[in-house]
Design a protein around this ligand. Structure first.
Ligand code: ZN
Length: 272
């Protein structure tokens, strides 16, 4: 909120709306919105309407709820640092969240390929963010909304298309501990916070690839034609399990095919 010389108010800086020649109560009402995206529009609906049209306050005040909540699934050493950074950016995480409390997003941190937990999380219709660490850096994203976006199985199938050995590599990665270069943790945490906020607001944050000497952004891969996630609603547990395992068939015990079905992703998304 910035004062204009004619007793008006400018709302916003990069994208702004000017309200010239206001009376004192109007000016006071606008100034009180500083730092807020929600407004009780009752007294000045015409001002609120302009702000809403410009995207400067929430579309519907009734939809404004508490802070976004995220549960971080990661080894303890990585988890504590990430949760602390998430809390610092206004996201509820860590000790604020009770053990079985529903959250807006599960952050699944794994090594080399997406956590196999993503299959269960998808089946629960739970939005989740994939974070994959490897020997060269961290990939943050994609943000997965079950039934809407491509899933971790899509990523695994894409990866196997490009690397015949990938399923064998990926299943070996699953048993390994995710670790992040301590120097990269603050930046990784910031990217996770950004992706959590974007994803829970309905936007596609894509995939950020963070390495010691570079930060690159990539689009979210397309849904794989062999994956059925687009036709499956996440709350149908049986169907979702079928998505996870139909490629290998549990009876065949084909390690590679099982890994393909279980949802894997190349360690270095920046090459895709
Ligand atoms: Zn899929």
């Amino acid at each position: 909120m910035l004062a204009l010389p004619d007793n008006g108010v400018r709302v916003g800086l990069h994208h702004y709306v000017d309200f010239p020649r206001l009376d004192a109560p109007q000016r006071e009402w606008l100034m009180a919105l500083e730092g807020s995206r929600a407004a009780d529009s009752a007294p000045y609906s015409f001002l609120a309407h302009r702000l809403r049209t410009a995207g400067l306050i929430a579309e519907d005040d009734s939809t404004v709820s508490g802070p976004v909540s995220a549960r971080v699934n990661a080894p303890r050493s990585v988890r504590a640092a990430l949760e602390s950074a998430l809390r610092a950016s206004g996201i509820r995480a860590g000790e604020d969240i009770a053990a079985f409390e529903p959250v807006d997003v599960e952050v699944l941190v794994s090594f080399g390929s997406p956590s196999l937990t993503a299959i269960d999380v998808l089946a629960r219709d739970q939005p989740h963010l994939l974070v994959v660490t490897d020997d060269a850096g961290v990939s943050v994203g994609p943000f997965i909304r079950p039934g809407t976006t491509p899933c971790s199985t899509c990523l695994g199938l894409h990866a196997a298309d490009g690397d015949a050995a990938w399923p064998y590599i990926a299943i070996q990665c699953d048993g390994r501990r995710a670790r992040v270069d301590p120097h990269l943790v603050p930046e990784a945490a910031a990217l996770i916070a950004r992706a959590v906020r974007a994803g829970t607001a309905g936007h596609d944050p894509g995939v950020w690839r963070l390495a010691p000497d570079a930060l690159t952004h990539h689009g979210t891969p397309h849904r794989h034609p062999e994956c059925h996630c687009g036709s499956v609603l996440g709350d149908d547990l049986e169907d979702c399990e079928a998505v996870g395992f139909e490629f290998g068939g549990a009876d065949s015990v084909d390690l590679g095919e099982l890994a393909k079905g279980a949802g894997t992703v190349p360690g270095n998304l920046s090459h895709r």
